[in-house]
Design a protein around this ligand. Structure first.
Ligand SMILES: *[C@@H]1O[C@H](CO)[C@@H](O)[C@H](O)[C@H]1NC(C)=O
Ligand SMILES: *[C@@H]1O[C@H](CO)[C@@H](O)[C@H](O)[C@H]1NC(C)=O
Ligand SMILES: *[C@@H]1O[C@H](CO)[C@@H](O)[C@H](O)[C@H]1NC(C)=O
Ligand SMILES: *[C@@H]1O[C@H](CO)[C@@H](O)[C@H](O)[C@H]1NC(C)=O
Ligand SMILES: *[C@@H]1O[C@H](CO)[C@@H](O)[C@H](O)[C@H]1NC(C)=O
Ligand SMILES: *[C@@H]1O[C@H](CO)[C@@H](O)[C@H](O)[C@H]1NC(C)=O
Ligand SMILES: *[C@@H]1O[C@H](CO)[C@@H](O)[C@H](O)[C@H]1NC(C)=O
Ligand SMILES: *[C@@H]1O[C@H](CO)[C@@H](O)[C@H](O)[C@H]1NC(C)=O
Length: 354
């Protein structure tokens, strides 16, 4: 399986760089919601993060009152078998980038052994409501050229904002992850490449997967996307182009994935970027394939939302082998003259019911 392949790559990296045996740091829990377990976690990462393992045993709960810094992790195994619970302290968290800072991290595995690991975002203690996710901390933030990181066999719950935000990084894999309830955005890809999701059950309010400009090779396989709520613009896979100048999204592949309820399965939207109200913005989507897709009473298979002064160019985009039910039909033509919407549907078997 894929995961074992990654493990062997990891071991190869570990044995190439480390002469010493894998260190194991077992993190103690203070077991007190008013105390922060993160200083001990960050100390364990410093001690064992270079090719070793940081272990959170089953049956223990850790209180997360400040960000966990995974940057010391080099081929490390961050094994969460217990529960990591984020504190109810919105005044603190609202100014933080993320709970898990995965900055410049290489060949890391963040996982549990047997899917027992739970990360409870606790909505950062914020009364549950919709927020602009740009100003909300992320649960995980991958950036600064993180390279080959696997997140697997974990449950996440009570996430406000984006669960996994990936930028300026490559080779990020999210496998066997279950969202127990809705995040605002499940996986948010921004100027990143090779982001793979496999066997992920995504639940979100705004988008299961949002792909921002200059991202490529994003894949979703054998997964599920559930959206509840009443937003007209909620999306399964959203191409979100701001179009300040020239922007592109390339090589997207979604296969054997199920989409359910209040969503547009695929959305392409452009927004005018600052200073480009003169028709100079160009937004390109090139080479996207959605194959063997199952719909369960979705809103629409696809939706275009075109800003007037941005030239949208969708090409080589194929919908193949879709089945199931949708409330509304899909419009394949662009709304704006001058935009190019070149998508094809093949083996299309959707039943429309209102
Ligand atoms: C991340 O990059 C910023 C600059 O882009 C730098 O200041 C910071 O130290 C980097 N962090 C790590 C952990 O590499
Ligand atoms: C990542 O860390 C390495 C040192 O381990 C450093 O040379 C490099 O500049 C860092 N990259 C970024 C983007 O922070
Ligand atoms: C990505 O990295 C480039 C340079 O390496 C930097 O200019 C840009 O601000 C970074 N983007 C984000 C979102 O951090
Ligand atoms: C998919 O992930 C779930 C955990 O969310 C796990 O229990 C299940 O075994 C995985 N299925 C496959 C086929 O790997
Ligand atoms: C995207 O890439 C193009 C070049 O391919 C560059 O001109 C543009 O500034 C980039 N935009 C962003 C938001 O990174
Ligand atoms: C299209 O994207 C797929 C990955 O989804 C890639 O394997 C293929 O090479 C791409 N084709 C082109 C023409 O870029
Ligand atoms: C649209 O994008 C494709 C792929 O990048 C490119 O070959 C084509 O010239 C573009 N068309 C227009 C009208 O910009
Ligand atoms: C289309 O889907 C319906 C059920 O949704 C099924 O009964 C029918 O056989 C399918 N047709 C084709 C050509 O696959």
């Amino acid at each position: 399986m894929r995961i074992s392949i990654l493990y062997s790559t990891l071991l190869a990296v570990a044995s190439a760089t480390g002469i010493r045996k894998r260190d194991i740091c077992i993190v103690d829990s203070l077991d007190d919601a008013s105390k922060d377990d993160v200083p001990a976690i960050n100390a364990a990462l410093k001690e064992c993060g270079d090719t070793g393992r940081v272990l959170f045993p089953l049956g223990k709960t850790y209180n997360i009152r400040s960000p966990i810094d995974l940057s010391p992790c080099r081929a490390c195994d961050f094994q969460i078998d217990g529960v990591l619970r984020v504190s109810s302290d919105w005044e603190y968290w609202k100014n933080q980038e993320a709970v898990f800072l995965v900055h410049n991290t290489t060949a890391a595995v963040i996982r549990s052994d047997g899917s027992t690991g739970l990360i409870d975002g606790n909505y950062y203690g914020f009364a549950r409501m919709q927020l602009d996710q740009l100003s909300t901390p992320k649960l995980f933030s991958f950036k600064n050229e993180s390279y080959v990181v696997l997140v697997s066999s974990l449950t996440v719950q009570n996430v406000l904002g984006s669960a996994f935000y990936v930028t300026n990084s490559t080779g990020i894999r999210i496998y066997d992850v279950n969202f127990a309830n809705n995040a605002a955005v499940g996986v948010d890809v921004d100027q990143a490449k090779h982001v793979y999701m496999y066997n992920v059950t995504l639940r979100a309010e705004n988008a299961c997967v949002r792909i921002r400009p200059n991202s490529s090779n994003v894949q979703v396989e054998q997964s599920e996307c559930h959206i509840a709520g009443n937003r007209n613009d909620a999306s399964g896979v959203e191409f979100y182009l701001l179009s300040s100048g020239y922007e592109w999204i390339r090589n997207i592949f979604v296969r054997q994935t199920k989409f359910a309820r209040q969503l547009n399965v695929v959305s392409v939207l452009t927004r005018e970027g600052n200073g480009h109200r003169d028709g100079q913005g160009v937004a390109e989507v090139f080479n996207a394939t959605f194959r063997d897709i199952q719909l369960d009473q979705v809103k629409r298979p696809a939706r275009l939302d075109e800003a007037p002064n941005v030239q949208m160019n969708v090409s080589r985009t194929v919908f193949q082998g879709w089945s199931g039910t949708s409330l509304q039909k899909t419009q394949f033509e662009c709304n704006n003259a001058g935009d190019m919407c070149n998508w094809e549907a093949d083996a299309w078997n959707i039943t429309y019911r209102s």
